[in-house]
Design a protein around this ligand. Structure first.
Ligand code: CUA
Length: 179
C-alpha cells in the first residue's frame, strides 16, 4: 500500500551487502589514517603553539638578524635577495611563510638536530620539504615545530603545496645543508 513507510521496508540483500562493504571500507580507511599518522611522514605530529602573526614576524626578523651569514667580503650573504641565516648548531630555526615566499634561506649542519619553527603571517600555505616528503599545513596564528636532523649535504627546496593565490607556483624556499 502507498502509505507504507519506506524505512520499514525490508532491505534488499544486495543493498545490505553494499552497505556492509561501504561501512567496512570506511572503518578500514579510518584505521589506515591512524596508522599513517604514526608510520608516514605525511601530516607528521608537530608541537604547535599559538602565535600572533605580527609577533612571529618580529621573532623571525630578530633571529635572522642575529645569525645572518656574513661572507668573506664582509657583506651579508643572500640568495636572490633573500638573506641566508646560519643558526648555531642544534638551535632553533625560524622560517616564515607569506605571499609568496619562505623567508629566510637557512643553512644547517649535517648530522645536527634542529628545531624548525614554521608559521604563516598572512594566509594558509603548505610546507613541503623534498626529498624527505615532509608535508604540513601552515596557518597564521599557529607556530609548528618540527625536529629535523639533516642526513645529507646539499640544497633542499621547500615548496608551498596548498593553493594560496596567483603567486602560489612561485612560492619556494631553500634549506642548505653543509658539512
Ligand atoms: Cu603559499 Cu601556495
Amino acid at each position: 500500500p502507498a502509505n507504507r513507510l519506506w524505512w520499514k521496508e525490508p532491505i534488499h540483500g544486495v543493498e545490505l551487502g553494499w552497505i556492509v562493504i561501504a561501512f567496512l571500507w570506511g572503518l578500514f580507511m579510518f584505521f589506515f589514517m591512524i596508522a599513517w599518522h604514526f608510520i608516514g611522514d605525511q601530516n607528521l605530529s608537530t608541537e604547535t603553539y599559538r602565535v600572533k602573526p605580527a609577533a612571529y614576524e618580529e621573532k623571525v626578523a630578530a633571529w635572522a638578524e642575529q645569525y645572518q651569514k656574513i661572507g668573506a667580503d664582509g657583506e651579508p650573504v643572500e640568495v636572490e635577495g633573500t638573506p641566508v641565516v646560519a643558526p648555531p648548531e642544534g638551535g632553533d630555526v625560524y622560517i616564515l611563510a607569506r605571499l609568496w615566499e619562505f623567508w629566510p634561506v637557512v643553512e644547517l649542519k649535517k648530522g645536527v638536530k634542529y628545531r624548525i619553527h614554521i608559521s604563516s603571517v598572512d594566509w594558509q600555505h603548505g610546507f613541503s620539504l623534498q626529498p624527505v616528503n615532509m608535508n604540513i599545513s601552515v596557518h597564521p596564528g599557529y607556530e609548528h615545530v618540527i625536529n629535523l636532523t639533516p642526513t645529507e649535504t646539499g640544497e633542499f627546496g621547500i615548496v608551498c603545496n596548498e593553493y594560496c593565490g596567483i603567486g602560489h607556483h612561485t612560492m619556494t624556499g631553500l634549506i642548505r645543508v653543509v658539512e
